[in-house]
Design a protein around this ligand. Structure first.
Ligand SMILES: Cc1cc2nc3c(=O)[nH]c(=O)nc-3n(C[C@H](O)[C@H](O)[C@H](O)COP(=O)(O)OP(=O)(O)OC[C@H]3O[C@@H](n4cnc5c(N)ncnc54)[C@H](O)[C@@H]3O)c2cc1C
Length: 275
């Protein structure tokens, strides 16, 4: 749920949207966000495309977007908690983070990132075994909108682009900004130099949407661990004062899965600490 200010405007460069199954606790959280204007149902219909253009659409659950950017929803969840942001933790062991003792330490991040913080001899090291694939987010900005409305598109059989979303449409300000996420194949080519993905991705998006002009401004962001290709069957890990949660813990990687995983781990820790 990452939003970046690019050329003075917030752009969502991670998740394109999120869903929430009615009746679940996460749906209650989302309903509260909607009531407070932080999130809004965006669409239930997305375009289906091939490299040469949009060929149809698919309808599914409500996809939610955030007028102020998805990151604002995470900030909202953290409100009222004693949180220090923008600190990179270097080393974690059961009940210890960077030399400080805690009742519980939680690693809420992709397994490969969590593994880097352990000393390699932890039994947890072997548990953190999910594989992840990369993607590069490419932000494309024009002076004016020049495409037929499409919300977002799943792109099949294209070497460069997996999805493309209309950021002006989902954010609701009508800005002429698209965000494309590359395929794993293209991301691996450009992982050491994400800016190298801009030209081929822009060309692919222009071909797909029939856009004559190149974007006036661009930006690339590397997601080395974008999506897990395998999932843990459990909802979280918790033992000896250390816990792990996130979107690889549950049925299918998504924002809702990550929230449910963290919520379940939080409940388990609270129960353990208050015995
Ligand atoms: C390109 C892309 C597109 C996606 N599209 C969708 C979508 O359309 N719909 C959907 O539902 N989901 C989507 N997802 C998945 C969704 O973003 C994740 O499921 C969700 O963000 C996982 O949340 P999390 O809190 O578990 O982990 P993360 O969002 O990965 O958060 C982990 C946090 O830990 C921090 N961190 C890592 N190491 C350290 C350290 N050493 N010290 C301090 N902090 C650290 C990171 O900076 C990060 O802020 C997408 C993901 C990507 C990358």
């Amino acid at each position: 749920m990452a939003s970046r200010t690019i050329n003075g405007r917030i752009v969502d460069i991670g998740a394109a949207y999120f869903t929430a199954e009615p009746g679940t606790p996460f749906h209650g959280v989302v309903t509260d966000w909607v009531e407070r204007g932080l999130a809004r149902p965006w669409t239930d219909t997305l375009a289906v495309a091939e490299a040469d253009g949009i060929h149809g659409s698919t309808t599914g659950p409500a996809r939610y977007a955030a007028p102020g950017g998805l990151r604002g929803l995470v900030v909202d969840l953290a409100r009222g908690l004693a949180i220090e942001q923008e600190i990179t933790v270097q080393h974690v062991a059961p009940g210890v983070a960077d030399g400080e003792r805690y009742d519980a330490v939680v690693l809420a991040m992709p397994d490969p990132q969590a593994r880097r913080l352990l000393d390699g001899r932890s039994p947890l090291d072997a548990v953190l075994n999910t594989a992840w694939s990369p993607s590069i987010a490419v932000v494309l900005e024009w002076e004016a909108r020049q495409w037929d409305p499409f919300r977002a598109a799943f792109v099949n059989n294209a070497p460069e682009v997996l999805t493309v979303a209309d950021d002006g449409d989902r954010r609701g300000d009508g800005a002429a900004v698209l965000v494309a996420h590359t395929t794993e194949q293209s991301a691996r080519i450009h992982l050491d130099d994400p800016d190298g993905a801009i030209a081929p991705t822009s060309a692919a998006v222009q071909r797909l949407l029939g856009l004559a002009h190149s974007p006036t401004r661009t930006f690339a962001h590397r997601w080395t661990f974008a999506r897990p290709t395998t999932q843990h069957p459990e909802q979280f890990y918790w033992a000896d004062g250390i816990g792990v949660c996130g979107d690889a813990w549950g049925e299918r990687s998504s924002v809702g899965t990550a929230w449910a995983s963290g919520d379940a781990l939080g409940a388990a820790i609270a129960a353990a600490l208050h015995q």
